[in-house]
Design a binder for this molecule. Structure first.
Ligand SMILES: NC(=O)C1=CN([C@@H]2O[C@H](COP(=O)(O)OP(=O)(O)OC[C@H]3O[C@@H](n4cnc5c(N)ncnc54)[C@H](O)[C@@H]3O)[C@@H](O)[C@H]2O)C=CC1
Ligand SMILES: N[C@@H](CC=O)C(=O)O
Ligand code: NA
Length: 435
């Protein structure tokens, strides 16, 4: 059978991993697709010592690749928003199928890209963009196609989970571990995307669209990172029976769709609470299947290449099928996407809370805090008040029952204005993940 010819743009961590996997497993992959897959050309600014490109046409101009008439599939692995968008749109215009690992691109420009691909009858595949090597897009889009999906929650940034795990288990310093994650090829080109939750929000946006059949709406996602999590909160959460994880949560409610990324207290007994290091996991709740979980490496050269190559194989198998017979990019037919599903403002979201308050050790301070919460209709589930040691400040830890974010914001503002409270109230949301 005629080989499928691939052009790889970007030869960094994922690009080199992809070329290596395609070479090493060429025979096994060809047995699956029924035809060989050949790397016809690579567009790269420079060579990569981790990747042998002998015999491959390497160009310094990635646009040579999209304009090469020999190429069937363009693989975009340069990252970023603007040039990647231009490259992918040009590839589509030239009638090429596209595979990308770029979640920023899909979350922000995906609606436009999928529309152009539909008009041209080509496929844009992005399994590697969410949770690296875990086939979670395919799992939801195809494996759960029977279900009404009510919610999903995931640890979807490998770098962040790696940092939190190393801090918790070995007491390591945030900045040191981040440097290590960068050296291991886990982090984004700009690592603030990892630690400030932007990367996770990109991925959550994509997951919510595939699960609920709504257009991509990254600008409406609530985004909070891991930079404010302290060792003290990790210890206190542990004492209360919880573990802190950075989660992306998407939930359908009567009034709209919750789309939020933030640190979260999860009961230690949940499987997902025990997902550590660079590993990711996504829980998806479908009405027919119940709770499911997808687990595996969320970043790294070959785990990510595993998803990139799976998409190449998928396209190679379907290359001759009519566009209307192919699986739609966001799982739902383009004209059936729900444009009316409102993404809720964070004010409307209901969760339980862990609060840590630094108070001057004076009688009545706890009562004053409790009164404010009660006036806002927020009830307390548990309190830990430590003895004051040398310093006269004592941490007060409160766990609340569910409350609206708006009420909690107001309560926090009032608590912070009390004269016996010092600094900001630390607030971490609590998710039971049981329904
Ligand atoms: N590293 C990982 O574990 C994962 C990365 N991704 C995504 O995969 C994509 C690539 O990431 P990495 O391989 O980690 O990044 P990287 O920085 O290691 O590689 C990107 C490569 O593209 C090259 N490049 C950028 N602009 C170029 C241009 N205009 N012309 C030629 N070459 C250009 C850079 O020189 C670099 O070698 C990003 O979208 C990233 O978000 C997705 C999942 C996991
Ligand atoms: N920087 C990302 C890479 C994979 O998507 C992460 O750490 O998860
Ligand atoms: Na994936």
């Amino acid at each position: 059978m005629k080989p499928v010819k691939v052009g790889v743009c970007g030869l960094g961590t994922v690009g080199s991993g992809t070329v290596n996997v395609l070479h090493r497993n060429a025979e096994e992959i060809a047995r699956r697709t029924g035809r060989p897959i050949i790397v016809e050309q690579i567009g790269a600014r420079r060579d990569n010592a981790n990747c042998d490109t002998t015999g491959i046409n390497v160009t310094r101009d990635i646009f040579d690749v999209v304009n090469n008439p020999e190429i069937d599939i363009v693989v975009e692995l340069i990252g970023g928003y603007d040039i990647a968008r231009e490259l992918v749109m040009k590839a589509i215009e030239n009638g090429k199928h596209v595979v990308t690992a770029n979640k920023a691109l899909i979350a922000v420009h995906g609606n436009e890209i999928f529309e152009a691909a539909r008009a041209k009858g080509v496929v844009v595949a992005f399994e590697a963009a969410v949770a690296g090597g875990i086939p979670v897009i395919k799992g939801i889009r195809e494996g759960l196609a029977a279900n009404n999906i009510s919610w999903l929650a995931g640890i979807i940034n490998g770098t962040g989970n790696y940092i939190m795990t190393q801090m918790r288990d070995y007491g390591r310093d945030f900045d040191d571990v981040l440097k290590e994650a960068q050296a291991l090829g886990y982090a984004e080109a700009d690592p603030t995307f990892d630690v400030e939750g932007i990367d996770a929000a990109h991925k959550l946006t994509i997951l919510a669209s595939v699960a609920f059949g709504i257009p991509l709406q990254f600008d409406k996602a609530y985004t909070e990172g891991i930079t404010k999590i302290t060792p003290l909160d990790i210890v206190q959460a542990d004492e209360l029976g919880y573990i802190i994880k950075h989660l992306g949560i998407a939930r359908r409610t009567q009034s709209g769709v919750e789309l939020r990324v933030h640190p979260t207290l999860i009961p230690k007994s949940r499987l997902i609470a025990n997902v550590h290091g660079v590993l990711n996991a996504v829980m998806v709740h479908g009405d027919a299947v119940g709770p499911t979980m997808y687990y595996g490496p969320g970043a790294g050269a070959e785990p990510t290449a595993s998803s990139v190559v799976a998409d190449i194989v998928d396209i190679s198998r379907n290359i001759s099928a009519d566009y209307s017979d192919r699986v739609p990019p966001l799982a739902f037919a383009q004209d059936a996407l729900d444009n009316n599903a409102e993404i809720l403002s964070m004010d409307e979201v209901n969760t339980a809370y862990y609060l840590r308050i630094q108070a001057v050790d004076r009688p009545g301070v706890l009562a004053r805090v409790a009164t404010i919460l009660s006036e806002k209709g927020i009830s307390i589930e548990a309190i830990i008040q430590k003895e004051a040691k040398e310093s006269e400040l004592v941490p007060i830890i409160l766990m609340t029952h569910q409350a609206k974010e708006k009420q909690m914001n107001e309560a926090i503002r009032e608590i912070e204005s009390l004269s016996d409270i010092c600094g900001d109230v630390i607030r971490i949301r609590v998710e039971s993940l049981d329904n």
